[in-house]
Design a protein around this ligand. Structure first.
Ligand code: MG
Length: 305
């Protein structure tokens, strides 16, 4: 089995991580976090979300953050992906000149109802104008698909259902589909068949990304299975941000450092400086007032910042 020679690490810590942290992080700290992650060589850093502050108060400073980042990194800020939940979110992203947005869909009826307040089918009616307008404006669009490996209300999610919903998001105009194991219950045996089912439905593996959570300690095993299936884009969160064991919303994002350690061992290139990411996570942990849940950060961090 040949593994990919190179992998793209899609960093979600500033958005997916911080939105699930219990405490609010000052905007200046977020700006420094994003800049440090870029400096470490991460090719994609999702910066924030234009979700309504009522739902995610942790990211209420999205516009201020992008403005502050523009002062630090100039025009590069426009290429940082931002999550847009709907048309209003896209309006805000367009006002700030963003060139890369992400939408967040559900593979299951239960999660669509709870997270989007819509049925599985109704979510497409919400996304359709958002994606169309984004594409018409020349933006790149990524689609997240949550609950692809299991759902807390429905249990196992049929592969055909995941593929059908994922296909519809791609057909709307998304260029990449990130398959999320939102509650971290997926195991190795599910990964290859899911990728194969997408390929059988006409979706090339190059358009798929994997978004694993380590809630049940399966994230790296699942990553290896996805590498074997030819996947070359993996989402990860610096220091395992969002995996706060004390927060009720703990999600257990795969730590970027854990991913990088395994990829380095496999000789797979990422262009990312692992030590620089570890240093960044150690620095951020002091701002959060708790240690990183990442095993690799704990092993490598020396207190340097
Ligand atoms: Mg996540």
């Amino acid at each position: 089995m040949t593994l990919p020679a190179r992998v793209t690490v899609y960093e979600v810590g500033p958005r997916d991580g911080l939105q699930n942290e219990a405490g609010a992080v000052p905007t200046e700290v977020k700006a420094e976090l994003v800049e440090r992650l870029l400096d470490a060589g991460l090719p994609v850093v999702e910066a924030t979300s234009f979700v309504h502050p009522r739902w995610v108060p942790q990211l209420a400073d999205a516009a201020d953050l992008l403005t502050m980042l523009a002062e630090r990194i100039g025009d590069r800020v426009r290429d940082l992906p931002v999550l847009v939940p709907n048309d209003r979110g896209l309006d805000r992203a367009l006002e700030l000149g963003c060139r890369h947005v992400a939408i967040f869909g559900s593979a299951t009826e239960s999660f669509a109802q709870r997270n989007l307040n819509r049925s599985l089918d109704e979510q497409f009616a919400m996304f359709e104008p958002t994606v169309r307008r984004a594409r018409d404006a020349g933006l790149r669009v990524r689609a997240y698909l949550s609950m692809c490996f299991g759902d807390p209300w429905e249990g196992e999610v049929p592969v055909e259902q995941v593929v059908a919903v994922g296909r519809r998001l791609l057909d709307l105009g998304a260029e990449q589909l990130s398959l999320g194991d939102t509650i971290g219950v997926g195991t190795v045996g599910q990964v290859g068949p899911l990728v194969a089912a997408f390929e059988a439905a006409g979706v090339p593996v190059e358009r798929l990304a994997m978004h694993f959570h380590d809630t049940y300690g399966q994230a790296l095993a699942n990553t290896y299975a996805a590498l074997q299936a030819g996947v070359t884009t993996f989402d990860a969160s610096a220091g395992g941000l969002g995996g706060c064991p004390y927060a009720r919303s703990a999600t257990g994002n795969l730590a970027t450092e854990d991913l990088l350690w395994m990829l380095r061992g496999l000789g797979i290139e990422t262009g990312v400086d692992l030590d620089a990411v570890v240093g960044t996570s150690a620095w951020l942990a002091r701002h959060l007032g708790r240690p990183s849940p990442s095993a690799v950060v704990r092993a490598l961090a020396t207190g340097a910042s």
